[in-house]
Design a protein around this ligand. Structure first.
Ligand code: SF4
Length: 220
């Protein structure tokens, strides 16, 4: 149960294992790298919990890992909706077809998509060779979907000021863009554990780079 993963909502949070990216600063790397090595909550238990909690929950946040990699995502979202609960999806935007299907079947109420970096630095930021056309298509799809936010984790020396300016340009027309302060704890690449997070005034400066282009804020 969470009061912080979906603004103004009481939510349950489901972490789906596996991801097609390997962001060096990933905090959930255990379920990304070896989901089979982490204790599962059996699906029946998840369903029973959601059913008995549906009266006081607003919705369910489906996160990961990368949920769109899970072949059961649509079935899971449909079950959640059948309980009268709302669905928020956290995604890296690598699977636009899955997003289209979720939206087309009214199985999602809010989408939070990561834009990892300016397109020229995407590969080093996500630790693999991404399909940028898919990322760009997902940005368009999410932008057209009423309830959304885009997010960038501002990793010092990896996501720089000029990258933020470029990303703001990609996101013109978006409803909400959030710059997330970097946190070095429990990261995938241990070299990133040495990187210091930004101060508040540095985050405020980064926000100022986007003002007038897209509604932007930061979170710590
Ligand atoms: S996309 Fe998210 S879950 Fe996947 S490696 Fe990057 S930070 Fe981790």
């Amino acid at each position: 149960m969470s009061l912080t993963d979906w603004d103004d909502k009481v939510s349950a949070v489901l972490f789906l294992g596996g991801c097609n990216y390997r962001c060096p600063y990933c905090h959930n790397w255990q379920i990304v790298e070896s989901p089979d090595g982490v204790d599962d909550v059996p699906l029946d238990e998840v369903k029973a919990y959601l059913k008995e909690s549906a009266s006081w929950l607003d919705g369910v946040v489906i996160t990961g890992g990368e949920p769109t990699q899970d072949p059961e995502l649509l079935t899971l979202a449909a079950y959640i909706k059948s309980l009268g609960l709302q669905v928020k999806l956290d995604t890296n935007g690598s699977e636009p077809d899955v997003l289209e299907e979720l939206i087309g079947r009214h199985l999602v109420d809010y989408i939070a998509m990561d834009v990892k970096n300016s397109f020229g630095k995407y590969a080093e930021t996500v630790g693999t060779l991404p399909d940028l056309d898919d990322v760009k298509k997902s940005i368009e799809i999410v932008m057209d979907f009423a309830a959304h936010e885009f997010r960038t984790t501002v990793v010092p020396d990896l996501v720089e000021e000029e990258d933020i300016v470029k990303i703001c340009g990609y996101l013109r027309g978006a409803q909400r863009y959030i710059l997330q302060r970097y946190h070095p704890e429990n990261v995938l690449n241990k070299e990133y554990a040495e990187i210091m997070p930004q101060r508040d005034d540095e985050m405020e400066h980064l926000v100022s780079l986007c003002e007038g282009k897209v509604p932007v804020t930061w979170r710590g």
